[in-house]
Ligand binder design. Structure first.
Ligand code: FES
Length: 178
């Protein structure tokens, strides 16, 4: 990102009234404006799908912090997307327990079925595939997360079945809550 050469969007013009109200609420319950950074990023991402450079700069200006500082927060938190993503983002755990219990087969099945690799989005814009560090379900691995749902003890077949349900228009295929 080249922040220096870009004009910083005026936050009050760039962010919607709803976004500003939600961010104001987060600020009101934090000790400092800067502490609301991650929640502000989540609020804008929930509306816009991802965090563009303009969004990042507008949020940073509103929180009175530098874009570089907020970029650091966004980079640290892997559920903030700094590039456009599909409607459903698949986070597949690639940590040790999952590796020992079938991660490779699940990954191969997902890649083959969707014809995408890590970091890519399907042509129809429905799925983006990302790797993820441990999702906290090691005793029920392999695990993937889509939205707020965790899918555990995956096999190649169950993973594809879940993806097919999303393809059929199910907004949220029930799994486990994290
Ligand atoms: S190692 Fe995959 S959920 Fe913990």
């Amino acid at each position: 990102m080249n922040i220096v050469k870009q004009l910083i969007p005026h936050p009050l013009k760039y962010l919607t009234a709803t976004e500003l109200a939600e961010i104001d609420h987060e600020i009101s319950i934090m000790e400092t404006r800067e502490a609301a950074g991650i929640e502000a990023l989540k609020i804008v991402q929930a509306n816009r799908g991802w965090i563009s450079d303009d969004s990042l700069m507008a949020i940073a200006a509103y929180l009175k912090m530098s874009s570089a500082e907020l970029e650091g927060v966004a980079t640290f938190y892997n559920l903030i997307y700094r590039q456009p993503v599909g409607k459903h983002v698949i986070h597949l755990c690639d940590s040790v327990s999952c590796h020992l219990t079938g991660y490779a087969e699940v990954l191969a099945a997902i890649k083959g079925y969707l014809n995408i690799d890590y970091g890519q989005t399907t042509d129809d814009g429905l799925f983006t595939l990302l790797s993820n560090a441990c999702l906290g379900g090691c005793d029920k691995s392999p695990v993937m997360m889509i939205g707020q749902q965790h899918y555990q003890q995956l096999t190649a077949d169950t993973a594809i079945d879940i993806l097919q349900q999303y393809q059929q228009g199910v907004e949220q295929v029930n799994g486990e809550q994290p």
